[in-house]
Design a binder for this molecule. Structure first.
Ligand code: P6P
Length: 328
């Protein structure tokens, strides 16, 4: 008998400090179902799959579906316990009239993958709004990632999944439309060691020497210093990489590189790296910027980027050793 998401959230809400978190995640899950429906109808409806509708705060092309997803999660945030909403699709945070939480969100990460039917997702992070933030709620986003109350991501793919943590392990829930909701699939546990790495190797010439040497050595396999063969997977969709690693281990790297705009990597600290890092750590893995724990990094601004390495603890530690050696 599957445990329903509602029953799980009732358990979470039994802790008074997490009651509003549980109620907010319940609302986010309803928005995710709405987004899944919009994605699944494909290019039939121009309203959601129309061509680019503009640019987001970072100058990235916005697709109609990015805007659709942002509006769905904005409504969900406003009708739950969110006071301040920070989104990749919004230049500045949106402040509501009341609430106790700060929601940092990438409403639809990897939307360009939809045209090729590759899984995409929504990544979210919930932080507490303290009394000291009341005058300037957006300052709640300046907290360390380790202050997150909850985090997770929805995957819009062959299945609609929710992967989440409230700091007591990481769980996956599957949406079963016929049963009218999400149900617990499993608690995630990342193997400490791994033979699988995930990186966009076309950027090799831009990497630091430490990263370049780590990838060169894993590619050398049993003939090289690692003494064993590795496999490589790269989807180009953060939620797909994260879920694969949660399921079977591995290590993902999106390092800083020498291209303009990539000196801090590509991925966003507040609404991609922090929530993924929280889920990965709670499943027994590690997440760093190459050398420093992601959840200990002080945020710079809402749309700040950070280099990101996450997955099986032993490989994340090995990558840090390669970076330290090459920088010595
Ligand atoms: P690249 C998708 O656009 C995304 O933001 C992440 O989901 C993904 O991990 C990354 O970019 C892929 O970037 O430069 O390898 O195409």
């Amino acid at each position: 008998m599957f445990i329903s998401f509602e029953d799980y959230l009732k358990d979470v809400a039994a802790d008074p400090s997490l009651k509003q978190v549980a109620e907010t995640i319940a609302r986010l899950s309803e928005a995710a179902i709405e987004v899944q429906r919009a994605i699944s109808v494909g290019r039939i409806t121009k309203t959601t799959h129309g061509d680019n509708s503009g640019q987001n705060a970072s100058g990235e092309t916005q697709k109609a579906l990015d805007v659709f997803a942002d509006e769905a999660f904005l409504r969900a945030a406003k009708s739950s316990h969110v006071l301040v909403y920070g989104s990749e699709e919004q230049d500045v945070p949106v402040v509501f009239d009341a609430g106790s939480l700060a929601l940092a969100i990438d409403p639809l990460d990897g939307s360009s993958n939809i045209e090729t039917n590759i899984s995409v997702g929504t990544v979210f992070s919930l932080l507490p709004v303290h009394a000291s933030h009341k005058e300037a709620p957006a300052e709640a986003f300046q907290q360390l990632g380790k202050n997150q109350l909850a985090a997770g991501f929805f995957i819009y793919g062959a299945q609609l999944l929710l992967v989440m943590t409230v700091g007591a392990g990481t769980r996956t829930f599957i949406h079963i439309a016929e049963q009218g909701g999400f149900f617990l699939l499993n608690e995630m546990n990342i193997p400490v060691t791994s033979r699988e790495y995930s990186v966009n190797a076309s950027n090799r010439r831009y990497w630091s020497s430490g990263i370049a040497r780590y990838i060169k050595d894993v590619e050398a396999g049993e003939d090289g210093p690692r003494g064993r063969n590795f496999g490589m997977r790269y989807v180009g969709s953060l939620v797909a990489e994260a879920y694969r690693i949660l399921q079977r281990g591995g290590v993902f790297l999106y390092p800083a590189d020498q291209r303009a705009g990539y000196h801090e990597g590509r991925l966003r600290q507040l609404y991609e790296a922090n929530p993924i890092a929280f889920c990965i750590e709670q499943a027994g893995g590690s997440a760093t910027d190459g050398t420093t724990r992601i959840l200990n990094l002080a945020p710079k601004d809402l749309h700040a980027r950070t280099p990101l390495v996450f997955g099986s603890q032993s490989e994340v530690e090995t990558i840090a050793e390669y970076i330290h050696v090459r920088s010595a």
